[in-house]
Design a protein around this ligand. Sequence first.
Ligand code: NDP
Ligand SMILES: CC(C)CCC[C@@H](C)[C@H]1CC[C@H]2C3=CC=C4C[C@@H](O)CC[C@]4(C)[C@H]3CC[C@]12C
Length: 490
Amino acid sequence: MGKINAATTHNRDATNGRKEHPPPVETNGMGSETKGNGVSNGKTRDATMAVRPDSALKRLWEKTVMPILLMAATPSAVFILWFCAAHCGGSYACIGNIFHDKGLLGGTAFIWSHVHSPSPAIVAILVSYSAFALCLMRLVPGNTVYGPLTPKGNRPQYTDNGFSCFLITIAAFLVVTVVCKTYFSVSPTIVYDRFDEVLLVLNIFSMLFCLLLYVKGLLAPSTSDSGSSGNVIFDYYWGTELYPRLLGFDVKVFTNCRFGMTVWPLLVCVFALKSYELHGPVDSMLVSALLQMIYFAKFFWWEAGYMCTIDIMVDRAGYYICWGCLVFVPGFYASVSLYLVNRPVVLGLPLSLLIFTLGALSVYVNYDADRQKLYVRNAQGECLVWGRKPVILRARYLLDSGETRESILLASGWWGLARHFHYVPEILLAFCWSVPALFDNVMPYTYVIFLTCLLVHRCFRDDTKCSLKYGRYWDLYREKVPHQMVPYVF
Ligand SMILES: NC(=O)C1=CN([C@@H]2O[C@H](COP(=O)(O)OP(=O)(O)OC[C@H]3O[C@@H](n4cnc5c(N)ncnc54)[C@H](OP(=O)(O)O)[C@@H]3O)[C@@H](O)[C@H]2O)C=CC1
Ligand SMILES: CC(C)CCC[C@@H](C)[C@H]1CC[C@H]2C3=CC=C4C[C@@H](O)CC[C@]4(C)[C@H]3CC[C@]12C
């Protein structure tokens, strides 16, 4: 974490003091500036907390009830999904019957009773993988890149080695698979056979890890972007630090990228291998797995850009992000491939090609939109977007220290269609890697349904965050780009 400005202990949340926003500056490409009468929205600049003058009831819901409900339900959710794939042939009707017969608690207990205690083999695999990932994270070279300035004036620093780490990990997986199968007659598909154990180990580890992060954030924070909200439940759920480091490792790089986003592709490979062992080559599994692998390659190619997104610059390292990336991503995001192991579908070449092409196009559009935003910001607007000068808004905002900074908001290209148009191809792609399962069951569409809800909610979250950060500049941008996600619709 490279320090740019000395952190300040001054807390504007407490005073709720009204601060003047510097006047809006709008430019067309590199063109002239027009000044408006910037009036403050009087809100906090601490986007990590996104504090608003909410009603007590709303705060109780958001800071206590909702976190408790989520933390109570989500660990069981991943086991229900596993149980559905492994014991119910992917049918939610079967799960529904269990809950109908046994009630909510009885049904949940019934499913948990099928979860085995972790075997030493599974613990060893997970510990070995984590150690391997940490070694790569430390040893693989990469350019030094910087994240966005935090509200406290810190600028996080990363080694951009995600793509190399990803390639090395997949290569290592292939080597381990061949060696294990050839010399020891063991297959990595043990991970599929004992996926309940995997999920249990990950759950236990990640909950303890979140506790450690909670205490560390209060006692020994790595940066000044930390602190308590005064509510233990919310602090555990949301986290007490934005950029924690442990033993010199950036925690969010590990949980989000080197664990969640790397274990997911490994699981896709394991599930595809299991499908191959059971049924031979199956085109539906192949199309789904290939699209996901392209998506992962894109993610790691763009990893430095990911470091400038909401997960990293807004979400603190607590249950939501850390448990989410350590358990929910492996247990839930890989669920389409998990489903396909027991439900092979033959698509035929024309349908396979059609789905693959649509999916590949979606990855490209999503990548290009993410890239466009970074490109214009890095070039300070001195560039072309879709062959023209970009329409940009130079939005000023205040740090907690009271200093003024400026960001560029792009209002043309993909970012001129809607404020979060890039979510559309993200959803379309998820649909493309789910649809090879065809329409026998709802389970393979669980991820795409969840993703749609997550991204719609994220549109509103990001709007609030940007509105608090940029005030009237954001209002100006909203006037220019009125739709949230789908042009003329939403
Ligand atoms: N599969 C999944 O579960 C999910 C995938 N994603 C994917 O992750 C990627 C990143 O998405 P996400 O994290 O939501 O973040 P975004 O890429 O939407 O980034 C949001 C931030 O970008 C800045 N910004 C907003 N509008 C503009 C603009 N017009 N011009 C320039 N900067 C702007 C703001 O930050 P600033 O403070 O810098 O101005 C804003 O907070 C996407 O590809 C998305 O599809 C996202 C969520 C879930
Ligand atoms: C507690 C749970 C119910 C919710 C946990 C949610 C998190 C696991 C996910 C929230 C946002 C997700 C992501 C955001 C952006 C991403 C970039 C994309 O290119 C790849 C996927 C991802 C890293 C994705 C991963 C899961 C979340 C962190």
